[in-house]
Design a protein around this ligand. Sequence first.
Ligand code: OXD
Ligand code: MN
Length: 617
Amino acid sequence: MTKTTFENWTENRALINWIRKCRDLCKPDNVWFCDGSKEEAQELVSKMLKSGTLTKLNETARPKSYLARSTPEDVARVEERTFICSEKKEDAGPTNHWADPAEMKTKLDSLFQGCMEGRTMYVIPFSMGPLGSPLSQIGVQITDSPYVVASMRIMTRMGKKIIQLLGPNGSFVPCLHSVGMPLKKGMKDVPWPCNTNERYICHFPKTKEIASFGSGYGGNALLGKKCFALRIASVMAKEEGWLAEHMLILGITNPEGKKKYMAAAFPSACGKTNLAMMTPTLPGWKVETVGDDIAWMRFGKDGRLYAINPEAGFFGVAPGTSEKSNPNAMKTIAKNTIFTNVALTDKGDVWWEGMTEKPPSHLIDWEGRDWTPKSEGPAAHPNSRFTTSASECPVIDPNWESPQGVPISAIIFGGRRSSTIPLVMKALSWEHGVFFGASLSSEMTAAQEGTIGKLRHDPFAMLPFTGYNMGDYFQHWLDIGNKHDKDKLPQIFLVNWFRKGKEGSLLWPGYGENSRVLKWIFECCDGAPITAKTAAGYLPKKRTLDTSGLNLKKEADELFKINKADWLEEVEELKQYFTLFDPRFPESLNQELLKLEKRLKTSSSQKAKTNANEDIF
Ligand code: OXD
Ligand code: MN
């Protein structure tokens, strides 16, 4: 904690004025300027242990780690309460909730009035991206939640060094946050303060401001992540000609030591963190992690696309993470981690569904109640999380903090599809790749609200994260292709680890075996002649996908079947879906859809050509 005056802390007048304005509005008991030091972190932890926000885990089993339990009403992002406050409603588009900026400001002013009474107002200067990188951006978050400060300390680079970097005239994105529960005189605090009646997650694309009220959880409260690095940054990226995407970034090295970087977009619950940290089963191949959730990408002077991970940590979903699904994540969270809403073992360690095959015989569940395998409901909340530093990851890429970013060779889109979509396919062109992104959809799992197994469209895996009209966003992707050297653009791929056979079982083993698909993508990017053209896109040519030693079932060539009837159904469904974006749906994507339909319809006379699944292995 820095005990100082505003003027001694920063010379940045705009920042001083904004903090003063927030203080006068929110009326906290005091202001805490975060310096990012170890001592400060210790002080915050002590405070939260005392208030019951954190429980210390067993120091031997899980050193320097803590458990937080939220209230049951504050466990996930609230898309229904997330607003894009653009001047015109059309600019927020059909997939966002819109609110008039002036009206929303008035509403927020009344909500924030006195909302920090009895609490400390923390000021967190932070950088999204490596310090001083031309691809990075500075933000300042004000919050009344010490849990948010501790989490921002892991998820971003924060503290005094950012103030130095900002200097007297630097600009920043103001991010105002409150849990929305003032402590009036005599009121007793609770371990997880929040406001269950009033919740607003607001973005102002014109002025590049964020305000969040009422929730202390994840993407609602750690404003550098979804609010800044995706919704506001996507607007900046459109204005300035770059890309802010919901993508992991990984580096992959072949046995000869040649390395390439790839970025990949998957909707929630498709195993993005697992892929980013994967241990390849293919001998001699290595995968290293640059990021697991967000990629900012700009063109370098050499005409290639370079990516940084704007985050400094992982805020990963715990359930399903295990030695089998993600051994590197298990090592990453072995210490120095804040867990939220997982179960507590009798030995003071953590547990969640999927961590071990058999659950322990007794646990304390995420709501603090006794739990046994006979109890109703899961022990850990399905959206329970770990928050840990990227530097804890044993396979973190040596270039993960490179200021110029890493050059991207491939962009991969993927979803959870039990039929239709083959294991891997390369786009016929940049435009066709943009069509892959726009038509991305995934079957819902227990992790989302809605019917399990039902298809949910999630274009570019950006449905809840694009800060402007999605139709304009598609056009932005097309413009990127039009404005840059086609030969230097990343190649675009579509993957599907989840295709099922007739009796309903998964056809592909997944996890580390996905390295076989990455290897094929790697070789495509190297220009190897390993593609076979089909109506839907380029598939692997005969025996070019390495399945050595896999012992795949006979029905596995189903993985590559381009079933004409299914695809024509997909086309009809997409025609319907794309009308949602009228009148801003780009004509060239309509053309891609019509071209696909035409290829499919003419393919019956050229069966051998379109049935590229024949003899794939
Ligand atoms: C996340 C998400 O938390 O996509 O990363 O919801
Ligand atoms: Mn995400």
